[in-house]
Design a protein around this ligand. Structure first.
Ligand code: AMP
Ligand code: GLY
Length: 426
């Protein structure tokens, strides 16, 4: 099989790497790809949807896999399917599950999928009046559209809530994404992610994982694209996974089919494990980043074959198997991230980290005179597997200790919450 992956980040590097491992795959292309992925995929520098489609036709690509949500929201999946080309990723209609928070919340309400209570507003006056009537804080204010994970404010008091509503609705912070806002109840608990394979009818969860969204240790500081992850997440017990499958994943899959836009691809459930059970924080219509970088190394089998089952509507739980143990990913970020980032700093030690047994998935690097330099906020994912979570964590940090550049920053507490759960379960 020839496979094409759309995207250029750490998630896409992990996808290319796992697909390259598939016995059924002979060649992997990435559009646009990156210098850091050259070990597993050939980069193709085309941009428009038309050009992507032409490339897939010309090279007789057998399977195309979408990384980021943007191309899905723009309807790339529909164009491929219209052209009769196999595509792993939802239609534009189904991608609204991520693209519009209001849409996702309405679907959950209609099909009784557990999530935070909410109201949607298109009028600033109504939103302000609603905020003024609230007495329970924190209160969560969200821009409706795609805001690259930054359209959420956890307001601690009325003044903060009003400021968030005004910022979003007066179009200052989020452009068109903020013309509708969702105001919702704050859910207390620990977060976890469950990604799943879906063929439109059958939905099979991958192992659970946990992201680390804040920049600093102890979940302090501003939100980022994700500073690390581990899988499986001990907070997601076998019983909880069963509940998630029965009350969230299968109902969401059934709901989308019933509404006329079956979901084909990776459905990502961002969950809050509350005292009342797991509830949905958000759905994403694609693989999570950095969750993918820990989940895929744990997959025991041929990813391309599983994806073809999704595309052909023949997925079964028997197709998906997992390795024993755990995987941990420590993200290395450049100076100034997440407010900005510094490019062009020379990176050393990547090969030493690989010799220490780590996988390195490149998120934001470039090759300059034959050597890697930083080219983005999140730069590298250092991933290790181990028989225990502690072993995987120690191995990942051992890998990190070999890597260096000016201003490099990372969290020291990746997987700490998971280790704490395992301690208390003893
Ligand atoms: P979202 O973009 O919807 O995933 O929200 C980003 C982050 O904000 C989530 O990962 C949570 O940490 C937090 N968050 C969003 N909604 C809620 C909620 N209703 N209760 C508590 N935390 C939330
Ligand atoms: N890890 C969060 C996301 O992929 O949206």
């Amino acid at each position: 099989m020839k496979v094409l992956v759309i995207g250029s980040g750490g998630r896409e590097h992990a996808l290319c790497w796992k697909l390259r491992e598939s016995p059924s795959v002979e060649k992997v292309y990435a559009i646009p790809g990156s210098d850091g992925m050259q070990d597993v995929a050939s980069s193709v520098p085309v941009a428009s949807q038309e050009d992507i489609l032409d490339f897939a036709r010309l090279m007789q690509v057998d399977l195309t896999v979408a990384g980021p949500e943007t191309v899905l929201a723009e309807g790339l999946g529909d164009r491929f399917r219209e052209a009769g080309l196999p595509f792993f990723g939802p239609s534009q209609a189904a991608a609204r599950i991520e693209g519009s928070k209001g849409f996702a919340k309405e679907l959950m309400k209609k099909y009784h999928i557990p999530t935070a209570a909410y109201e949607t507003f298109t009028s600033e006056e109504d939103a302000v009046a609603y905020v003024k009537a609230q007495t329970k804080y924190p209160l969560v204010i969200k821009a409706d559209g795609l805001a690259a994970g930054k359209g959420v404010v956890i307001a601690q008091d009325e003044a903060e809530a009003l400021e968030a509503v005004r910022d979003m609705m007066e179009g200052k912070s989020f452009g068109a994404a903020g013309t509708t806002v969702v105001i919702e109840e704050f859910m207390e608990g620990e977060e976890a992610s469950v990604l799943s394979f879906c063929d439109g009818t059958t939905i099979v969860p991958m192992i659970s994982s946990q992201d680390h969204k804040r920049i600093h240790d102890g979940d302090e500081g501003p939100n980022t694209g994700g500073m690390g992850a581990y899988a499986p997440a001990p907070v997601m017990t076998v019983d909880l996974m069963k509940t998630v499958q029965e009350t969230i994943l299968q109902p969401a899959c059934d709901a989308m089919r019933a509404e006329g836009y079956p979901f084909v691809g990776c459905l990502y459930a961002g969950l809050m494990i509350t005292s009342e059970g797991p509830k949905v924080v958000e759905f994403n219509c694609r693989f999570g980043d950095p969750e993918t970088e820990v989940v895929l190394p744990m997959l025991d089998g041929d990813l391309a074959e599983i994806m073809m089952h999704c595309v052909n509507g023949t997925l079964s739980p028997e197709d998906v198997h997992w390795k024993d143990g755990y995987a941990v990913d420590v993200v290395l970020a450049s100076e100034g991230y997440p407010a900005g980032h510094t490019d062009g700093d020379a990176i050393c030690g990547i090969e030493d980290a690989q010799r220490a047994g780590c996988h390195i998935f490149h998120a934001g690097t470039k090759k300059k005179s034959g050597a890697f330099v930083t080219a983005g906020g999140r730069v590298l994912n250092v991933v290790a597997r181990g028989a225990t979570l502690r072993e995987a964590r120690d191995k990942a940090y051992e890998g990190v200790s070999h890597i260096q550049w000016r201003g490099m920053q990372y969290r020291r507490d990746i997987a700490a919450k998971g280790l704490k759960h395992l301690e208390s379960q003893k």
